[in-house]
Design a protein around this ligand. Structure first.
Ligand SMILES: *Cc1c(COP(=O)(O)O)cnc(C)c1O
Length: 388
């Protein structure tokens, strides 16, 4: 592929130009979508192109994977059909009986998978308070714990785990560390530089950024035996992305830095202003100095604290009514798109959820921050009036 890795340019430049991609036969600046599922074998029975069948590999994925590996500072990357497919692949590369640690506060669908199908698969899953490094140290069993899964900031309370300290503990006990970095994005945090072995993204969110592609990605720090097993799980299981979606994802990724910077700046402003509103009990955002994970977040995130925050109101009815009265904020699940979303999270997570029912999760998009705040303010006022 005519992409240049390790160029030394900033992430902003590398991602905007897709690593200076030029299509070799036409000099086009945008990679074509290669729809072919199969490739011609050479007359002497070889496959010199290195491509055989698109469940294993496809040139469209390779361009996107090269960009992802480069910006996350890993050796290799793989695209998947969804964020869940990417995450589950890491666990399926483990073996029955392996002990894995996962956070108490994490993306709910993956927690559900771990406690149902992951457990059926034979994994010994233990949920740990990953904000407490001493608790993680206690939970790791040397030789038996094979993987520590982190998600930081952790959905939807935005809990922060100390990636560097936990990697150190895990590695000295022979365990790997994987980080769901969907909400941090490579713009703000680079887990591999802090010691992580694997980075996972729901590319559906910030990487694509336009709420029009479901996709996932894994980035491997090293092309080692575990990474080879992950590659085998994708190839055999077939949870690959369509080449057209891969190309659309690359188009979205070109503006990643601009979008994340804007969302992050606006989220900081909105979080600070929300704290002053009468019906607000608590604002959960790593960028607030009062937030319990703020210091660790400041150490391992650069240039902002992300576009996600949550707000707790007086009670569940107030939260649901506030969401109902918003005009700009869209009442929808998901996150990381250009349009701002608001969600009463307990309603989607169901009865086993650790999320308080007075909580609204906000995904801050790239609209005007003053307009977004004013809309929340009027929605809260309307919800409050409706109560009386
Ligand atoms: C959305 C999300 C996922 C799952 O990704 P899909 O693309 O929806 O499968 C995993 N982790 C986090 C933090 C997410 O926000």
């Amino acid at each position: 592929m005519s992409v240049k890795r390790n160029s030394g340019y900033s992430l902003q430049t590398r991602v905007a130009q897709a690593l200076s991609y030029v299509e070799p036969s036409t000099q086009g600046l945008v990679p074509p979508t290669y729809p072919s599922t199969t490739y011609l074998r050479d007359e002497d029975n070889e496959y010199r192109s290195g491509l055989v069948y698109s469940r294993a590999d496809n040139p469209t994925y390779r361009v996107v994977e090269s960009v992802l590996a480069d910006i996350e500072e890993g050796e290799d990357a793989l695209l998947f059909a969804s964020g869940m497919a990417a995450a589950v692949t890491v666990f399926q590369a483990l073996r029955p009986g392996d002990h894995v640690l996962a956070p108490k506060v994490m993306y709910w669908a993956l927690r559900n998978w771990l406690l149902t199908l992951g457990t059926d698969w034979g994994l010994e899953v233990e949920l740990v308070d990953m904000t407490n490094t001493a608790a993680v140290e206690k939970a790791i069993i040397a030789g038996k714990t094979k993987l520590v899964w982190l998600e930081t900031p952790g959905n939807p309370l935005w809990t922060i785990s100390d990636i560097q300290a936990i990697c150190h503990l895990a590695h000295s006990a022979g365990a790997k560390v994987a980080v769901d970095s969907t909400c941090a994005t490579p713009v703000l945090s680079l887990p591999i530089t802090l010691g992580a072995d694997i980075v996972m993204h729901s590319a559906t969110k910030y990487l694509n950024g336009h709420s029009d592609v479901i996709a996932g990605a894994l980035i491997g720090a090293k092309d080692d035996a575990f990474w080879q097993r992950i590659r085998m799980v994708r190839k055999q299981g077939g949870a690959v992305l369509s080449p057209a979606d891969a190309n659309q994802l690359l188009r979205g990724m070109r503006t990643l830095e601009l979008r994340v910077r804007q969302s992050s700046q606006s989220a900081q402003i909105i979080a600070e202003r929300l704290q002053a509103l009468p019906n607000v009990i608590e604002v959960l955002y790593p960028g607030l100095p009062s937030f319990s994970g703020h210091e660790v977040a400041a150490k391992q995130m650069q240039g902002g604290f992300g576009g996600m925050l949550s707000v707790r109101l007086q009670n569940s009815a107030m939260a649901i009514h506030t969401a109902a009265y918003t005009k700009l904020w869209k009442r929808a699940t998901s996150l990381g798109g250009v349009e701002s979303l608001i969600e009463h999270r307990a309603s989607i997570e169901g009865i086993d959820s650790p999320v308080p029912d007075d909580l609204l999760r906000l995904s801050v998009g790239i609209e005007d921050a003053d307009e977004l705040f004013a809309d929340l303010q009027q929605a809260m006022a309307s919800a409050n009036n409706a109560k009386n």
